[in-house]
Structure formats: structure tokens, C-alpha cells
Design a protein around this ligand. Structure first.
Ligand SMILES: [Zn+2]
Length: 302
């Protein structure tokens, strides 16, 4: 199995310096990394980020995380604004284009803020915008189909052909997004801790070792499920924190993956591998019932 560590790079002034620490850990394991960067970060910190990437360009798979980190998927909670098709289109195209213009990377991949169960299944406006932007894969399936909560399901990659977009692949994330298992001092994550096949922390993690145990549980579950790759969803600003200034949790995870015989990869490389080996793809999951605005969110908990 391949292992991919991905980092959603979304905070101006904070994420790029922390990425420098993170890539230092990755270099020690010769493990490339995948990042999703917002247009706002590229606008403000693009020169610094480009210098960092250009030091070891072969290590980096650079993709879009929207322009302004706005909500782009129509899903509960409906108390938040539902994005209009025009807004989805503008956010998607601006976000992708600035990565290409300022960072000079192809930007074939896209990840929306927070993700959703089954990714962009049943989201034609999003898929249409992605096609217009020349995006060929997304990593949007980051929450469980059970109420768009964490941890995320253990899904294999699939094509959006049933939505009419056979040119776009979905490469899901797996298990806990790192920000969902710890208290990072900015409010707790919107997450329903449903019983899952993964290691299930009884409380928010504190030490790097405790965080590693959660991710190890995901990696072992992905191995048991015989997935082609296991994709971790992380954030520079929550991975490098007061309790873990040097990225020890990342180091422990990379070391464990290596000892388990996993190879390190990027999502762009995995997208290419899936195109060349379509037998790696699973049938697309059904569109979750909560995808439409008329859905009664109370039914999730009935
Ligand atoms: Zn984000």
C-alpha cells in the first residue's frame, strides 16, 4: 500500500513557515508531500512558498484548496450559507489559476474546505467548475457519509463518471483529519465521533505519541481493507503546535509506515496510477441523502 500525507495550507503567515518544518521531516524519510493551498495564502505568502518548493521541487505535489477557503459543497448544517453556482465557479477557477500563475505548478488536484461524505457525488455545479478549471482529480471525500462527520470512511478511489464527469477522479482521505482529534485552541471541530473501525480516541489527543496512535489505527485499518493507498488529511497549523514544535507525530507515522513496508506517494501520482490501472477504482458510492437542501437534518439522528 502507498501512503500519502496531505497538508491543507490555509492560514496566512502561519502555514508556510510550518511547512518548512514539515518538509524537513519528510526529507529525512525521502517521502514526498501533497499540499492543497488556498488562493489567499498564495496571494500573501506566494513568494516565500515558491522559494520553499523550489528548493526540492520533486518533493512537492501542489494543488488548490479554493481561493478564500469558503464552503463550496451543498450539505448540512443548513444554517450556513448554501453556495451559489456562480460563487462555486469563481472560487474554484480563481483558486486553481493563482497556483498555476504564482507557484508555476500544474495544479491538477482540488480539495474543498472540510470535505464531505462521498466527495462531490451529486454536485454538478462543483464538477462543472472543476472541469472548466482543468482539474482532473479531487480529494473531497474527507467525512463519513454518516452525517458528514469524522472519522472519514475507508473508501477506495473512484471516477465521477456516474455524475457525467469521467475525466475527474476522486481520491478520498481516510480516518481522522488531524484537527479533529486535538484541541488547538480555536474551538472544537464539528465532528460526530461515531463508532468506527479505527482506533477511537476516548478524548482529544495531547502528545505526539497519542496523535500517532490515532493515525496508526487508520493506517492499519487501510492495510486490512487492502486499499491502494491511505491518505492522511493534515494541516500545517495544527500539526506543528505547542505540544509538537518539530513534527514528531509526522515522524512517528512516516517511520511506522516505512517499517510496515508501505511506499510513500503523492495524490497526483496516485491519480496517474489509477488512470493507468482502472482496476484500482471502486464503483462510485451513492449520492448521500443529506446532499439536497430539502433534506431534514433531524433524520440523521433519528
Ligand atoms: Zn481547509
Amino acid at each position: 500500500m502507498r501512503v500519502v500525507l496531505t497538508y491543507d495550507t490555509e492560514n496566512i503567515g502561519e502555514c508556510v513557515p510550518k511547512l518548512r518544518t514539515i518538509v524537513g521531516v519528510h526529507r529525512r524519510f525521502e517521502a514526498p508531500l501533497t499540499i492543497f493551498v488556498t488562493g489567499r495564502v498564495v496571494y500573501h505568502d506566494g513568494a516565500e512558498l515558491r522559494r520553499l518548493i523550489d528548493e526540492t521541487p520533486e518533493f512537492w505535489d501542489v494543488n488548490s484548496h479554493t481561493y478564500s477557503h469558503s464552503r463550496l459543497i451543498c450539505k448540512p448544517p443548513w444554517s450556513l450559507p448554501v453556495p451559489s453556482p456562480q460563487f462555486i465557479y469563481d472560487e474554484t477557477l480563481r483558486g486553481v489559476q493563482i497556483v498555476r500563475d504564482v507557484l508555476d505548478r500544474p495544479c491538477r488536484g482540488f480539495r474543498p474546505r472540510s470535505g464531505a461524505g462521498a466527495g462531490f457525488r451529486g454536485c454538478p455545479e462543483n464538477l462543472n467548475a472543476l472541469r472548466s478549471a482543468g482539474v482532473t482529480w479531487t480529494s473531497a471525500y474527507l467525512k463519513s457519509v454518516f452525517g458528514d462527520s469524522l472519522p472519514c470512511d475507508l473508501s477506495g478511489p473512484f471516477s465521477y463518471a456516474p455524475d457525467g464527469f469521467d475525466d475527474i477522479l476522486e481520491l478520498p482521505g481516510h480516518g481522522w483529519q488531524d484537527c479533529g482529534v486535538k484541541d488547538f485552541g480555536r474551538g472544537t471541530q464539528y465532528a460526530v465521533r461515531w463508532p468506527s473501525p479505527f482506533v477511537y480516541p476516548s478524548r482529544l489527543v495531547e502528545t505526539p505519541q497519542e496523535e500517532f496512535e490515532v493515525h496508526r489505527g487508520t493506517l492499519e485499518a487501510a492495510l486490512a481493507a487492502d486499499l491502494p493507498f491511505c491518505c492522511f488529511v493534515m494541516h500545517p497549523w495544527t500539526m506543528i503546535r505547542r505540544q509538537d514544535l518539530e513534527g514528531r507525530a509526522i515522524e512517528l507515522l512516516l517511520d511506522h509506515a516505512k517499517r510496515r513496508g508501505c511506499e510513500f506517494s503523492t495524490l497526483d501520482a496516485e491519480a496517474q496510477r489509477c488512470r493507468e490501472n482502472p482496476q484500482l477504482l471502486i464503483p462510485a458510492p451513492p449520492v448521500p441523502p443529506q446532499r439536497v437542501v430539502s433534506y431534514d437534518v433531524g433524520r440523521l439522528f433519528a
